[in-house]
Ligand binder design. Sequence first.
Ligand code: MEV
Length: 425
Amino acid sequence: MKNANRSSRIAGFHKLSVDQRVQAVAQFAQLSEEEQAHLLNTGNLPADMADHLIENVVGTMNIPLGIATNMRIDGVDRLIPMASEESSVVAAVCNAARQCYDNGGFITSMSGTLMIAQIQLVGISDPEHARVQILERKQEIEQLCNECDPILVGIGGGFRDLEVRVLPTASQTMVITHLIVDTRDAMGANAVNTMAETLAPRVAQWTGGQTNLRILSNLADRRLARARCVWRTQDIGGDAVRDGMISAYHFADADPYRAATHNKGIMNGISAVVLATGNDTRAVEAGAHAYAARRGHYGSLTRWEVTAEGNLVGSLELPMAVGLVGGATKLHPTARVALKILGVESAEQLARVIAAVGLAQNFSALKALATTGIQKGHMALHAQNIAMMAGANGEEIDKVARMLVQSGKVRLDLAEKALTELRNG
Ligand code: MEV
């Protein structure tokens, strides 16, 4: 087998510099000088900063950053930075926003900035008794949690509530403590995980059980961002378009196979802003999908209805654990610029903007799907990607892409043929 003798055991790899790691990887994978130089060009994220964000860094992965225009949110016009490798995602937000701009745009709200940390207690013969024992200590728990993070308390955050659940599982009945903490402008993972880890030995001591996991829940259902918007029927192409979109929504809400794709489209918009602002895309995605299944059936994250006036109204509600401090948000220079472009002043404002983007994205996907289909809109950018894959450069990209779109077939072999023809005059 090719490469069978190469070893992935590289002792001390983590202790090497970025340059030395690239050399080690180059030796392993026979990277050319050019490929090594490519890795070492880390663009607008300095290599030493990248090296401190994650482990074993050998480069950076650049993703296009686009700006969605036309967004009016709670009466304020905003430009939205979106990081995505997928064509049509930015255009979808611009189009949806243009069609509701004259009607006032998006209205948003938020349930609060509360995160949940879980402590798993096992080995309990009397779980109901243990539950009450923990609840009795609420004041002491509040004090212990707040002592973990005086800075958070100083800016108005900290412990807010205590919940204890008795949870039957495959192995035994467990007692699950939820610490509910206001993390304000931080996403809050570090704050709540520290509190859970600090509190766990006390929970074990009070109840006589053993604690196991101590970690936040990504189902941040006390940190819900909401957006709503009315699109006037005359602005979206008439009653038939509206009804087609409503029918598409009913399909998604009834069928998990469709709901997964419908919600993926929503996350196309959401994850792009989450990433552009240096937030944790996986945390937001996990929260969104868990929330979509909260009724015991995986359904649509959005709701679509017809108003008394006959217009189309969409709403979206989902957990949105994003912050302005902590993680890469403050460190990554592009995230900092993205936040400045957005002009948000709190994690709550950011979360609300992101919810509006998700709703806009879903509007455009449903409209395209219920009318011309998704391929027409995708075609132009997709054709450019294929032209680039065929080796087109500069002006050739547009020319080859146009030839593909005109032929109605966007295929790599045809792009290569078109490029050869173009170059041979
Ligand atoms: C593609 O990335 C997203 C869509 O499939 C979303 C949807 O079907 O609603 C277009």
